[in-house]
Design a protein around this ligand. Structure first.
Ligand code: FES
Length: 153
């Protein structure tokens, strides 16, 4: 690639980030550009996958021991806000017990992201719904351990 092309790409990226800073909080920008806890987990004790009304999907994987969330990971094909919301959902869930993790609502995610524009509120809801799905999957698997033998990833 030419030096000019690289420079143009850098300028374009800087301009996109500068525009995003006018709309989004630093908390959101930070997790969009450097998402924590992104990736899959080989043998999660709980796994949730939810497709939002916009068509984007979030998948959350939980590593749970004695009803406490030790680790969490997420993947998404969604927008920048969904990346930030998925990252925040995992960040908030790690270290919590199951009961407290169920309290991580979209409002909690929104608050910790410093708020989101109205058009992006559903992205936080997608992340919180996916976390609840993963927690429910864990509880169901605990009650019905044979389910994990047939669990689709
Ligand atoms: S626009 Fe689809 S989840 Fe954000």
């Amino acid at each position: 690639m030419s030096v000019d092309f690289d420079k143009e790409m850098e300028e374009l990226q800087a301009s996109i980030i500068a525009d995003a800073r006018k709309v989004y909080s630093e908390e959101m920008i930070e997790r969009w550009l450097s998402p924590k806890y992104i990736g899959e987990m080989e043998k999660p004790q709980g796994c949730g996958k939810v497709k939002g009304p916009c068509g984007d999907t979030v998948k959350i994987f939980l590593d749970i021991h004695n009803d406490k969330i030790i680790d969490a990971r997420f993947i998404t094909d969604g927008c920048a806000t969904t990346i930030a919301a998925g990252s925040m959902a995992c960040e908030l869930a790690i270290g919590k017990n199951i009961k407290d993790a169920f309290k991580i609502s979209n409002e909690v995610i929104l608050k910790n992201l410093g708020g989101l524009p109205e058009d992006n509120v559903h992205c936080a809801l997608l992340a919180s719904n996916t976390l609840k799905e993963a927690l429910t999957d864990y509880l169901t698997s605990k009650k019905e351990p044979w389910r994990s033998l047939y669990k689709k990833q």
